[in-house]
Ligand binder design. Structure first.
Ligand SMILES: C[S@@+](CC[C@H](N)C(=O)[O-])C[C@H]1O[C@@H](n2cnc3c(N)ncnc32)[C@H](O)[C@@H]1O
Length: 231
C-alpha cells in the first residue's frame, strides 16, 4: 500500500489527535501572519527581529506547529537514530511532542522531555499527549528552557530546537554536552528567520563545535545538525 498522508506512519489514536491539531494550526496561520506583519520587512531582508516585541509577545494562543511533512521527517529521524531520549525546546500545544513521543514508543520506549514557558500551553499539550495515548513517554516541563533543561542528567539522542530564536543558541549550548555522538538536532525556521538565526547558524556550522550541519528545505529552511564529536 502506498502512503499518501504522513499521518499514516502513526497509530490511529495518535494520528487522529494530530489530524485535528494540524488542521487547527493551518486554520490559525492567516491570523498569525497578520500578527507578524510588522516583522515582514525584516524577514524579507533577512535581518534580525530582536528589537520587535512581536517576536515573542502575542503568541500565547498560537500553535506555530511543525508542518505535517516536516513533523514526519522528525519522526523518521528519531526512528533512524533509534531515539529513546529526546529534548524538545518549544512544546506549544504538543504537536511535535506527539510525533516525537510516537517515535520513541515505536523505538521500544523512552521519554520526550518537552519545555514550554507559557503554563496554559503546557497544560493543553499534556491533555493532547494524553488523548494521543502517549503520556507515559512525555515529560513536559513548564518554564524557561534555560532553567528547565538544566538537569537533563543523561544522554540525548535527538533535540528539536523549536522555541523562539533568541534562546536557540543558548539552549543548544546547554544541551550539547548531553548529545551523544550521532545525535541529531533539528532547528525550525532558520530560513524564514535567517536574520534571527545568523549567530546560531554560524556557531553550529563551525566545525570546532562538533556538528555536521546542513539545511533541508522544510518551511523555507530547517537546519539538521549531527553531533560528530564532543566539545
Ligand atoms: C514554534 S512554537 C513550538 C511549536 C511546537 N514545536 C510544535 O511543533 O507544535 C515555540 C514555542 O516555544 C515557546 N518558547 C519560546 N521561548 C521559550 C523558552 N525560552 N523556554 C520555554 N519555551 C519557550 C513558546 O511559548 C512557543 O509556544
Amino acid at each position: 500500500m502506498t502512503r499518501s498522508d504522513p499521518l499514516d506512519l502513526l497509530d490511529p489514536r495518535a494520528a487522529g489527535v494530530l489530524r485535528r491539531l494540524h488542521s487547527a494550526n493551518s486554520r490559525q496561520l492567516p491570523r498569525i501572519l497578520l500578527r507578524l506583519a510588522p516583522d515582514l520587512p525584516a524577514l524579507a531582508l533577512g535581518r534580525p527581529r530582536r528589537s520587535s516585541p512581536t517576536a515573542a509577545e502575542g503568541m500565547d494562543d498560537a500553535y506555530l506547529a511543525l508542518g505535517r511533512e516536516q513533523a514526519a521527517y522528525c519522526y523518521a529521524q528519531a526512528r533512524a537514530v533509534r531515539a529513546r531520549r529526546v529534548v524538545e525546546f518549544g512544546t506549544s500545544f504538543g504537536v511535535s511532542t506527539i510525533w516525537l513521543a510516537a517515535a520513541v514508543r515505536d523505538n521500544g520506549g523512552g521519554t520526550v522531555i518537552g519545555t514550554e514557558m507559557v503554563p496554559a500551553k503546557a497544560e493543553r499539550a499534556r491533555t493532547h499527549v494524553r488523548e494521543a495515548g502517549l503520556a507515559d513517554h512525555v515529560d513536559i516541563r513548564t518554564g524557561n528552557a534555560l532553567e528547565t533543561l538544566r538537569d537533563l542528567d543523561g544522554p540525548v539522542d535527538l533535540m528539536l530546537n523549536d522555541g523562539f530564536p533568541d534562546a536557540a543558541l543558548d539552549v543548544l549550548r546547554l544541551v550539547a554536552p548531553q548529545l551523544r555522538p550521532g545525535a541529531v538536532v533539528i532547528t525550525d525556521n532558520v530560513g524564514m528567520m535567517r536574520g534571527d538565526y545568523a549567530d546560531y547558524l554560524a556557531w553550529v556550522r563551525d566545525p570546532a563545535h562538533g556538528f555536521v550541519s546542513v539545511r533541508v528545505p522544510y518551511k523555507g529552511g530547517t537546519e539538521v545538525s549531527i553531533r560528530v564529536n564532543g566539545t
